[in-house]
Ligand binder design. Sequence first.
Ligand code: PEP
Length: 255
Amino acid sequence: MRKFLIAGNWKMNLLRDSSVALVHGLLDELKGDPNVEVAVCPPSVYLHDVGAALRGSQIALGAQNMYPAEEGAFTGEVSGKMLVDLGCKYVILGHSERRTLMGETDAQVNAKIYAALKCELLPIVCIGETLEQREAGNTSKVVRDQLRGSLAGLTADQMSKVVLAYEPVWAIGTGKTASPAQAEEVHADIRLLLVELFGEATASKTVIQYGGSVKADNAMELLGQPNIDGALVGGASLKAELFLPICLAAQKVKK
Ligand code: PEP
């Protein structure tokens, strides 16, 4: 059985004190569950403080991006090794904001996945269509192309360490959520592609999160879908009282 992964993507929000206070708010209330892993992904400058507050707890630390090279003259960038050094287990790669605002390509995401795996960081790879692409009937093609490009050349063993996050761009930060049926349709399609690319055993083990305006009131129904294995949460991860009910919903869902 796949374990749920509920990850909070804090993006460029919060300052040091509010980041640490949020972690304490989560740790005060969250009970461990063997079927649900929870992670938080603060801005890189607060990974150290958030990591210190999380130490010894059941909540994992993740970063929001990394540079593919191991070290060198890359001003302003952060390597995977540095993230591991700060205690990160996960790194979000290819988020739609990076693809749109920073022009990140599937080839760059692919290089980052290899670099992350090399230093034993687990990548959370984001894919998803825009509203225009959905309305043109191209959702499956767009998502499949992004996956083929981002996951190019990976072995089944490497893929077994990768998490996917299906995030329809039109649902991110907009308050619009894909309906459980819309999301499940894409998740099932992604799993079919994974069978083609990596075989049944790997496909059935791959965690595919949904992301896009996940909140307490829609989490349970989304997470109850057969191919939805967790959530990547933006806005609702910034307050303990919004994020905790999503984690609790995952703990309650029985599949
Ligand atoms: C995200 O940025 O990954 C995200 C899903 O954001 P939100 O939950 O705010 O839509």
